[in-house]
Design a binder for this molecule. Structure first.
Ligand code: PMT
Length: 443
C-alpha cells in the first residue's frame, strides 16, 4: 500500500466504501463532493449500509452502478472484484464502523468491501464513525493502530453530539472535512497515537502559597516540572488538557489551557469547577496541608521582647480527596468520572504510605515518589515512581518506573492513567485497575 500524497482529486479513481453506520447518509454528499472535485467515483456498499441509504441514491450521484455483493455473477461479468481493486487509486471508506475496522484489522475478506481492501494496492483511507464508547474501547484502538500499521490513514473521528444522544469522540468527519483531508499530506493527519482525543484531562501542578501577611507565605520546593510534563504528555496524545498551576517559572506546554492559582483554596475552587467535565484528574501539585488561620493585613513586625513566634495554622481541604469523593457520588449515574490519580511524596515507607493515601483518599491510582533521593523529585529533572491501583482484591496492582527524565516518566504515567480510565469505564468495575498492568514496567 503506497503512501497517499497531497494531490488534487481531479481524475483520481476513487472507490468509496460505505458501511453500516447512521453517518452513511452523509456519504451521498461525500460522493457528490468527490465528483465535484473531479474524481471518478465508484461505490461499494456493505449489506448493512443499504439499510441506511439506497444504492440507487449513490448510483444517481456517481453515474455508476453500485456494487453490493461479492457473489453477483452479473456484476462480476462487468468489472470483477479484482479488477475493481486494481482500478482504484484510492479506497475511501466512509463511514467505517467499528465492526468493519475489526474485520479489516484482522484480514477478513467476507464481503465485497473487505475483499477489495485486501486485494488492492491503492492508497487506503477511512473515516471512522461509531458511538463514543465503542471508539473509546481498547479493542477499537488496537484495531485502529493495527490498521495504521498496515498503511491505512484514518481521518477523524470528530467529537461532539452523537445520533444516539451521547457526547464524545466517534462522529464521522463532515464530508467537506474528509475531502479536505484527502488533499492534505498524510504526515499532517493525526494518528491514533492521539488515543486521548476526545478526552479531557486535568492536572494540578506546582506548589501552593499560603499567605501569612502581604509579603510572606508558606510554600514548598515544587517546581511544577512533573505536573507540566504530565500536561504535555496528555496533550501530545490528543487530550484536551487543563493545567491548574501554582506559582512556577515554567512555560505552558503547547495546546494546554493553564489556570493560574496561588493558594490551596484557590486550587480547590478551580479543580471543582473543571473536574465535573474531566475524564481524568491528576493531582500532582504539592498542596500546602496548612494555611495561616488569619492573614495579617499588614506586614508582621518583629517583636522586640520575644525570640520565638507562634503562628496558628488551620488545615487546608484535601483537593484530590474532594475530587475523588465528588466522583464517587456521581458514579451512581454511570461509570465513575473522573478517573482520579493522586501523587504521594514520601521520604520513608514509600509503598505503605502510598497505599494508605490511595485507600484513604479513595483514588483510582497513585504515583508514589521517594522525594528523599538526591537528583529526583522536588525541583529535579528526573524522577522515579511506584504506581499502585485500588481494587477489590487484597493486593493492589503495582508497577515500578525507574529513574528517568520527568518527560518520559510522565508519558508512562499518562499511558497507565488512560488504560485505567478505559478499564474502569468499559468493564464497569469501580476499582482503578488497568487491564493488563505490568508488574514491572521498563520505559
Ligand atoms: O514539581 P516538581 O518539582 O517537579 O516535583 C514533583 C513533585 C515531587 C511535587 C510530585 O512528583 C509530587 O510528588 N507531587 C505530590 C506532592 C504532595 O503534596 O504529595 P502528598 O503526599 O503530600 O499528597 C498526596 C496527594 O494529595 C497528592 O496528589 C497531592 O496533590 C494531594 N493533596 C495534598 C494535600 C492537599 N491539601 N490536597 C491535595 O490534593
Amino acid at each position: 500500500m503506497s503512501q497517499l500524497a497531497a494531490a488534487p482529486l481531479t481524475g483520481k479513481r476513487i472507490l468509496l466504501g460505505i458501511s453500516a453506520g447512521i453517518a452513511a447518509y452523509k456519504s451521498a454528499l461525500l460522493a457528490r463532493l468527490l465528483k465535484k472535485a473531479g474524481a471518478e467515483v465508484r461505490v461499494v456498499m456493505t449489506e448493512g449500509a443499504q439499510a441506511f441509504i439506497t444504492p440507487l441514491t449513490l448510483q444517481a450521484l456517481t453515474g455508476e452502478s453500485v456494487r453490493t455483493s461479492l457473489l453477483d455473477p452479473e456484476a462480476e461479468a462487468g468489472m470483477g472484484h479484482i479488477e475493481l481493486a486494481r482500478w482504484a487509486e484510492l479506497v475511501l471508506i466512509a463511514p467505517a464502523t467499528a465492526d468493519l475496522m475489526a474485520r479489516l484489522a484482522h484480514g477478513h475478506a467476507d464481503d465485497l468491501l473487505t475483499t477489495l481492501c485486501l486485494a488492492t494496492d491503492a492508497d487506503c483511507v477511512m473515516a471512522p464513525a461509531m458511538n463514543q464508547a465503542m471508539w473509546g474501547h481498547p479493542a477499537t484502538h488496537d484495531n485502529a493502530r493495527r490498521l495504521e500499521g498496515y498503511g491505512w490513514r484514518l481521518l477523524g473521528p470528530d467529537s461532539g453530539d452523537q445520533a444516539c444522544g451521547d457526547v464524545g469522540a466517534g462522529r464521522m468527519l463532515e464530508p467537506e472535512a474528509i475531502v479536505a483531508g484527502l488533499s492534505t499530506a498524510p504526515e499532517a493527519t493525526p494518528t491514533v497515537a492521539d488515543d486521548a482525543r476526545g478526552l479531557s484531562v486535568t492536572v494540578t501542578a506546582g506548589p501552593t502559597r499560603e499567605a501569612l501577611d502581604p509579603v510572606r507565605y508558606l510554600s514548598n520546593h515544587s517546581s511544577g516540572k512533573m505536573g507540566y510534563a504530565l500536561a504535555a504528555a496528555a496533550a501530545a496524545r490528543g487530550a484536551r488538557v487543563r493545567l491548574i498551576s501554582g506559582p512556577v517559572a515554567l512555560a505552558t506546554p503547547p495546546g494546554v489551557e493553564r489556570i493560574d492559582v496561588t493558594s490551596a483554596l484557590e486550587m480547590l475552587e478551580a479543580a471543582r469547577q473543571v473536574a465535573g467535565d474531566s475524564d481524568i484528574f491528576i493531582g500532582c501539585a504539592a498542596v500546602a496541608d496548612y494555611r495561616a488561620e488569619r492573614i495579617a493585613e499588614h506586614k508582621l513586625k518583629k517583636s522586640t521582647g520575644e525570640d520565638t513566634m507562634t503562628l496558628k495554622l488551620v488545615k487546608n481541604p484535601d483537593i484530590i480527596a474532594t475530587i475523588a469523593e465528588d466522583a464517587a457520588k456521581s458514579a451512581a449515574a454511570g461509570p465513575r468520572r473522573p478517573y482520579v490519580v493522586g501523587f504521594a511524596a514520601e521520604t520513608c515507607d514509600l509503598e505503605a504510605q502510598a497505599r494508605d493515601k490511595l485507600e484513604r483518599k479513595r483514588l483510582d491510582m497513585i504515583v508514589a515518589n521517594d522525594v528523599s533521593q538526591a537528583g529526583l523529585g522536588f525541583g529535579a529533572d528526573d524522577n522515579a515512581a511506584l504506581l499502585l491501583w485500588r481494587r477489590a482484591a487484597s493486593e493492589p496492582a503495582r508497577s515500578e518506573l525507574p529513574a528517568q527524565r520527568k518527560a518520559r516518566l510522565a508519558e508512562a504515567v499518562i499511558d497507565q492513567a488512560l488504560r485505567g480510565y478505559r478499564a474502569t469505564h468499559f468493564d464497569g468495575t469501580s476499582a482503578g485497575m488497568p487491564p493488563a498492568a505490568p508488574q514491572q514496567d521498563s520505559p
